[in-house]
Design a binder for this molecule. Structure first.
Ligand SMILES: [Zn+2]
Length: 65
């Protein structure tokens, strides 16, 4: 899920929202409740992209116990 970065033109409030592509863009500021919010940029989901950690213990497959 992409993270969208918004900023309010009215009060300058800066915030991010994790939204799916089908979600509507936020237009109302959660701080001053004015419809002055514009999207700054969107960040592709970098945090949890499935299984990224592969801790392969090279050698015998004996697990720690
Ligand atoms: Zn605002």
């Amino acid at each position: 899920m992409p993270t969208y970065h918004y900023r309010c033109k009215n009060c300058g409030y800066d915030f991010t929202r994790v939204q799916s592509f089908s979600d509507a863009a936020i237009t109302t500021c959660p701080n001053c409740h004015e419809e002055q919010v514009h999207k700054v940029y969107s960040v592709a989901g970098v945090t949890f992209k499935g299984s990224g950690f592969y801790h392969t213990d090279s050698g015998s497959g004996a697990s720690h116990s």
